[in-house]
Each structure stands twice: as structure tokens, then as C-alpha cells.
Design a protein around this ligand. Structure first.
Ligand code: SF4
Length: 94
């Protein structure tokens, strides 16, 4: 389920982790490079609504589409997006 963790962070679950967007940092943004990068290099998971990057997709469709290109994080000039990947083998000390 796509949900708001709190008033600041917007979380999009992906197959191997999650995309965490700090909407507070997006308030001054006028470039929306995250959504542009997602349409160019990703699979249109992120769209802009009312000046904020969100997804309109359900979890299953996000899992199907996500290609883990990392373009949204790399291209955001405000450091507002973090992609957090799960590495359970590291947690187990493997
Ligand atoms: S995530 Fe970055 S590029 Fe996207 S709207 Fe927020 S500040 Fe702009």
C-alpha cells in the first residue's frame, strides 16, 4: 500500500525496498526532474500532482513496472528522494 509515513515523507514501496520522498523539500521545486527522469529512464511511476511527486499506481503495478533505474534520486536537485533498498543478507551478517 502506498501511504504517508507522516506529513513529510511519502513512501512508495518497490520490489526490493522503497522510494522515500520528502515533500517538504519539494515545496520550492519548479523543475520536477524526478518525474521527467522517471518518464525518460524509468517506467512512469512518479507523476506530479499539486506540485508534489506521487504515484497513481497500485503496489502490484509498481512492482511490475519498476526497473530500479534510480533516475529520480540521481536527478533531484534538492536531495528530496531516497531509494532505500533491502539487503537482508547483510542484516544476517552473510
Ligand atoms: S523530488 Fe526533487 S525533483 Fe521531484 S519535485 Fe521534489 S524537489 Fe523537485
Amino acid at each position: 500500500m502506498v501511504d504517508m509515513v507522516d506529513m513529510v515523507d511519502y513512501v512508495i514501496p518497490i520490489r526490493t525496498g522503497k522510494i522515500v520522498i520528502n515533500h517538504k523539500k519539494c515545496e520550492e521545486c519548479e523543475v520536477y526532474e524526478c518525474a521527467k527522469a522517471c518518464s525518460l529512464y524509468g517506467r512512469n511511476i512518479i507523476r506530479i500532482k499539486n506540485g508534489r511527486p506521487i504515484t497513481f499506481l497500485g503496489e502490484e503495478e509498481i512492482r511490475r513496472r519498476d526497473n530500479e533505474c534510480l533516475a529520480c534520486e540521481i536527478n533531484c536537485p534538492y536531495d528530496a528522494i531516497k531509494i532505500i533498498l533491502d539487503f537482508p543478507e547483510l542484516d544476517r551478517g552473510a
